[in-house]
Unconditional design. Structure first.
Length: 306
């Protein structure tokens, strides 16, 4: 598929654009300069990795497989944690995220698809966020989520929650640990903000965005070659298993994305572990024969059209 750039359908969303471009620019300028000037500490690495894990998994485990697809049920503490740290990923509220994602699955590669790859790589990756576009009636496909008071509370306050858990928290942690590490307080605070906040949110967001763009351009389509979604083991490494995208589009309600024993899918492992601890249940999975039938049909179809 050719990679092209689509023109905006309406005006620029200045708030989203300023945030996304600002954090990206700081990540490729301020962070390297900081490392060159002050180096990097174990706390910087720990903050980045722990918050990347917490916010990234809140998107894949919570926003995606739980809220958007209802692939399993989760205990209230798990749901609340994913709502808090999901907000800190700054990918919108759970309600907005799930509604757009359900629309993406229903209208994949069609005009109604919010991040339609047919409109170009840039549009699918980030353009659909930067530029305002005409959407279908909001939340018409997420009435079940609107009945959840925690989801609606997060929807109302997600900016404040995200700022608190995504930027204030790592800054305070850096401030607290500055003195034990013999660092000036301001240095610990700024390092916490840069590594646990700015760099981390940039990496989490673009990892998600690449599923919408790259995984609709590059990779294998073993289950459905008619759909643009593709499997990419490389992207699975950065997105806790979300890279097996052709399988996901073929069987969207399965709590697993990587179904083969060797496929990297930490989100699947986390869901399974929570189920054994009594924190998750009703794990939905597609029968093995249906999966193999889909592979066989797709192989036959490709052979006939070759």
């Amino acid at each position: 598929m050719a990679i092209s750039v689509a023109t905006p359908e309406k005006g620029i969303d200045w708030v989203a654009s300023a945030f996304l471009i600002g954090t990206f620019v700081l990540s490729i300028t301020a962070v390297p300069l900081w490392i060159w000037k002050f180096g990097i500490t174990w706390l910087d690495i720990t903050l980045f990795c722990s918050l990347f894990l917490a916010t990234g998994m809140s998107i894949t485990f919570g926003y995606h497989r739980h809220f958007a697809h209802k692939a399993f049920t989760a205990a209230k503490p798990i749901r609340i944690l994913t709502l808090f740290f999901g907000a800190a990923a700054f990918e919108n509220s759970a309600l907005d995220w799930a509604s757009a994602h359900r629309r993406h699955h229903k209208h994949t590669d069609e005009e109604e698809d919010p991040y339609n790859i047919s409109k170009g790589f840039f549009h699918a990756h980030i353009g659909w966020i930067l530029f305002k576009s005409k959407m279908t009636p909001p939340y018409d496909n997420a009435k079940d989520l609107q009945k959840d008071p925690w989801i609606m509370w997060q929807h109302k306050y997600w900016h404040l929650i995200g700022a608190t858990f995504g930027f204030v928290l790592p800054t305070l942690i850096g401030l607290v640990f500055a003195k034990p590490m013999d660092l000036p307080l301001w240095q610990g605070a700024v390092a916490g903000l840069l590594f646990g906040g700015v760099l981390r949110v940039t990496c989490v967001q673009h990892s998600t965005f690449f599923i919408n763009s790259l995984c609709h351009c590059v990779g294998r389509r073993p289950y459905d070659s008619k759909c643009s979604a593709r499997d990419s083991w490389i992207m699975a490494l950065f997105t806790f298993g979300e890279g097996y995208h052709n399988y996901h589009h073929s069987f969207q309600h399965d709590y697993r994305n990587g179904i083969k024993p060797w496929q990297f899918d930490p989100t699947k492992w986390a869901i399974w572990t929570c189920s054994k601890l009594g924190l998750a249940g009703n794990l939905r999975r597609v029968e093995a024969d249906k999966i193999s039938d889909a592979e066989e049909r797709n192989t036959k179809r490709n052979a006939e059209t070759a």
